[in-house]
Design a protein around this ligand. Sequence first.
Ligand SMILES: [Zn+2]
Ligand SMILES: [Zn+2]
Ligand SMILES: [Zn+2]
Ligand SMILES: [Zn+2]
Length: 482
Amino acid sequence: MEELQAALHARGLSLSSFPDKGRSLVAAKDFYPGEVIISQEPYVCVPNNSLTESRCDGCFSNSNLKKCSACHVVWYCGSSCQRLEWKLHRLECQALAKLDKERRKLVTPTIRMMVKLYLRRKLQNENVIPVTALDNYSLVEALVSHMSDIDEKQLVLYAQMGNLVNLILQFPDIDIKEIAENFSKFACNAHTICDSELRPLGTGLYPVVSIINHSCLPNAVLVFEGRWAVVRAVQHIPKDSEVSISYVETAASTVARQKTLKEQYLFTCTCARCNKVGQYDDIQESAILEGYRCRDNGCSGFLLRESDEKGFVCQKCGLTRSKEEIRKIVTDIKALSDKAIKSKSLGNLQEAAVLYKNIENLQKEVCHPFSISLMQTREKLIEILMQLEEWKEALTVCRSTIPVYERVYPGCHPLLGLQYYSCGKLEWLLGETDDAIKTFTKAVDILRITHGTNTPFMKELLMKLEEARAEASFKLSSIEDS
Ligand SMILES: [Zn+2]
Ligand SMILES: [Zn+2]
Ligand SMILES: [Zn+2]
Ligand SMILES: [Zn+2]
């Protein structure tokens, strides 16, 4: 661990331990918005391949893929990715090739990640793959597993998965219990690798990034550049303060966030936002995000359940909405949602769009204008309208989400930046150049901090902004000329 501490110190960081939350990453110097705090390649990673979707094992690209001809499990986009992975895949390939067809079907991405973990440890022990202070198995050993908090059913599942890993590896001295514990470590520590637009591509274990604790009010953000994990400051982080990122979607009520964190990461968050649970402004916030709207359309009040349980009272004007009325609309929404999901999965996009518009209208009647479920419905509707190339309608819906995004996310959140970007692209496409310039500029202001400026994704955004500006000044000069 001394080596790790020294390597972190060289990067302006230090490793600390707090009694209530274990290891933490602490800034040993000031970090400013947009500054890279740490970047790391995964110890192991796998693409989220399934029967319907495949990606390259090296770069997660989904084009020009060829299956490894020996094991028929792994895909590559070309020889450079295959070469990059060969030291490890050579061993994995031999092991997978020995499996019969039925067993090979059981090799899920998680099983593969575990197989790769043990193979990488072996290759580092044999000095085939170099060991560094930030890249070695002892960092994996130091990760939390929360084994004592796992229920019996999950333990049995991990043991079964461990047996399969054992069958694949056939190492003479392997410990099934240790594999099970490592599966639990994956569950608490592995990160979903996403593209620049935060669409999931795969899973990776980044043992140093995993030291960073969660906060529902984080001062840093994790994004991926290819398979590199990059953590950037989103606000000024003064020397000696803890670096934090969010493990979960922060646009949720305190109760919902706490539930997700407990279920997925097995801990109770004690951040400044969570500590407000039960206080009046936290109750108000939850009622806005998840509760109902006032019967008076002009009133922006939030509703709380009446003490006699008959209905919900607006905390601003005092009007009551009956439980029955709300229950009826909620039941209708549920029925429409089931239909919409089915239509979408069957590819009936026109029908799905109509259904989601009906859901949106019902939710507008019943949900607070800043409600999360209304925002999620609009997200689904935008996705379908884009597929249908209904750009004008997509822009209208996209614009209606912006005030909600601005409210639920802090000023510098990648999802807010990405929403501005989507909106800007639609404005640009529809020839609304002046609006596009404004919206692209807002996107750049956020994404240059969360995503840096050097990736192809950001270069494309910056170029779009330049093009929009050039077009606007051309339009202006042609008006002046005429
Ligand atoms: Zn590749
Ligand atoms: Zn192979
Ligand atoms: Zn929290
Ligand atoms: Zn009211």
